[in-house]
Design a protein around this ligand. Structure first.
Ligand SMILES: NC(=O)c1ccc[n+]([C@@H]2O[C@H](COP(=O)([O-])OP(=O)(O)OC[C@H]3O[C@@H](n4cnc5c(N)ncnc54)[C@H](OP(=O)(O)O)[C@@H]3O)[C@@H](O)[C@H]2O)c1
Length: 325
């Protein structure tokens, strides 16, 4: 097998494509022949030692991937060689093969494209848990999605529409706003060129958004929180912009609003039944054509470093796929 190996936490440049012995699955594990992996923002953080989960060195990055089971360890009964599967395992995806605990593997339902499976559970699972569970989003409410053209952002936009909400998609360029309109956003906000507070006021008849989905953080957060509706829910998803915002607490008091943390990885571990129910609803929405991963581009696995560069420079629209041909 071949894989991108991370041997120091000095970032993407230090990754190297290496030939490694093809491992055999142990008890409770399977080996997957990877057809596609997708890049998620945490993959960028993990190779710099900046992610909350810090694997032992050396490791193969790549949290999310899909392919076919090609070997099964002792004690695994629910998977067999040849099954089409996706896996979310924190690491291991940027290579040709990966060993993973069977419990981290999601069999793909019939009709679910393997490439979509490689770009699905991380972003849609996060956004579903955030909007439907943590925010208790109701049909007819208005959701503001920041970073709406990114990975979790496009998933949040589609999920909010599938749930019957009105969506304001916010992003940094007109091109990204255009993509969001094509995905069904009811309105858009370019936060580089437009005044955020005035635009939100105009788009919501002065009321403000009921739910804010924020994977970006930074300076934008406080002005957006000042615009939130009475009983609003502000979802803290991540800080792709780099800065962790600090909020004057009186703003939460004045709006009767909540700041709601979202940590999908721990949700999956701590509440496996609720997580499985969320993924089942997502699979059903996928089968109905209500949601589908937006693919920025599919690149050969050998071009991982260019993919990282695209994500780090804020160019990705939707998801980047890395393909083993
Ligand atoms: N809480 C959880 O459980 C959970 C789960 C998954 C991901 N996350 C977090 O969600 C965030 C987004 O992840 P993702 O995979 O969707 O990433 P992504 O596809 O790269 O999207 C991030 C978006 O953030 C915006 N952004 C602003 N400043 C940026 C900068 N300096 N560099 C890069 N992007 C910047 C970009 O939109 P504009 O250019 O339009 O501003 C970009 O589209 C990350 O912080 C990730 O760690 C959290």
């Amino acid at each position: 097998m071949h894989a991108w190996l991370c041997e120091t936490l000095s970032g993407v440049d230090a990754l190297s494509w290496k030939e490694l012995p093809t491992p055999e699955p142990k008890v409770g594990e399977v080996r997957i022949a990877i057809e596609a992996a997708s890049l998620n923002f945490p993959d960028l953080l993990i190779v710099q030692g900046k992610y909350q989960f810090k694997p032992e060195l050396p490791f193969v990055p790549g949290a999310e991937y899909a392919g076919r089971v090609d070997a099964v360890g002792e004690g695994v009964t629910r998977l067999k060689v040849g099954d089409a599967v996706a896996a979310i395992a924190g690491t291991g995806g940027f290579g040709t093969h990966a060993i993973v605990a069977a419990e981290r593997v999601l069999p793909l339902p019939p009709g679910f494209a393997v490439r979509d499976g490689a770009a699905f559970a991380f972003t849609y699972g996060t956004s579903h848990h955030a909007l439907m569970d943590r925010a208790q989003l109701q049909a007819g409410e208005t959701v503001l999605v920041l970073g709406a053209a990114g990975g979790v952002g496009t998933a949040a936009l589609q999920i909010a529409k599938a749930a019957g909400a009105r969506v304001i998609a916010a992003a940094s360029t007109d091109e990204k706003c255009e993509l969001c309109r094509g995905l069904g956003a009811d309105a858009t906000l370019n936060y580089t060129t437009q005044n955020v507070r005035e635009t939100l006021k105009a788009l919501t008849g002065g009321k403000g958004p009921d739910v804010v989905y924020d994977p970006v953080g930074g300076d934008l957060a406080e002005s957006v929180f000042r615009s939130i509706a009475w009983r609003g829910r502000y979802l803290v998803i991540g800080f792709a912009g780099g800065g962790i915002p600090a909020l004057p607490w009186n703003l939460a008091l004045l709006k009767g609003a909540s700041v709601v943390g979202v940590f999908w990885g721990d949700f999956v571990k701590r509440e496996p039944k609720a997580s499985a129910a969320g993924l089942a609803q997502l699979a059903s929405w996928y089968a109905q054509g209500l949601i589908k991963p937006v693919v920025d581009r599919a690149m050969p696995m050998s071009e991982l470093k260019s993919a990282y560069e695209r994500m780090g420079s804020r160019q990705v629209m939707g998801k980047l796929l890395l393909i083993n041909e």
